[in-house]
Design a protein around this ligand. Structure first.
Ligand code: CMP
Length: 140
């Protein structure tokens, strides 16, 4: 077992629906530690940086509009195999397909308004943590 860190975002629909506490609780109940947390609003520049791999996709403009539509919460979670464990807790991208018991499976009916983002690999986690918590390397 490797202790890992991963980056999550509670997206504008999670904040709007007042699900911040509920969703963070799921991660805490699993045993993951919240080791950094902030509230912020996406700019177009931040969206293009964070979602760089999706810029050419047909859904990008809708994704950008949505991620900028309200405040989000960014957090670093830490625990054993955190990258994979968090992906499994969240469920598949489309809330319609995500299994019951997962966050998207329980709270989302959409493939855009799917409440949570999580890094998809250890390399992505490292890249994304630096975007949202540039000083983190020196704090821990
Ligand atoms: P996320 O895990 O943040 O990573 C990329 C995001 O793009 C994804 O969650 C969805 O919100 C969005 N997304 C992925 N596929 C589609 C799609 N087919 N249509 C609309 N949005 C999508």
């Amino acid at each position: 077992m490797t202790t890992q860190r991963t980056l999550i975002l509670l997206k504008p629909d999670a904040v709007e629906r007042q699900l911040i506490g509920c969703i963070l609780s799921r991660f805490e109940q699993k045993g993951l530690k919240i080791i950094n947390l902030r509230y912020l609003r996406f700019t177009q520049e931040l969206s293009r940086q964070h979602y760089a791999e999706h810029i050419e996709k047909p859904f990008y403009s809708g994704l950008e509009e949505y991620i900028m539509s309200g405040p989000v919460v960014a957090a670093i979670l830490e625990g054993s195999e955190a990258v994979e464990v968090v992906r499994r807790l969240i469920g598949s991208t489309n809330g319609i397909e995500a299994p019951p018991g997962t966050i998207r499976g329980d709270f989302s009916l959409s493939n855009r308004q799917n409440l949570v983002h999580a890094s998809d690999s250890a390399a992505s986690a490292e890249r994304e943590i630096k975007i949202f918590f540039p000083a983190n390397i020196h704090q821990h």
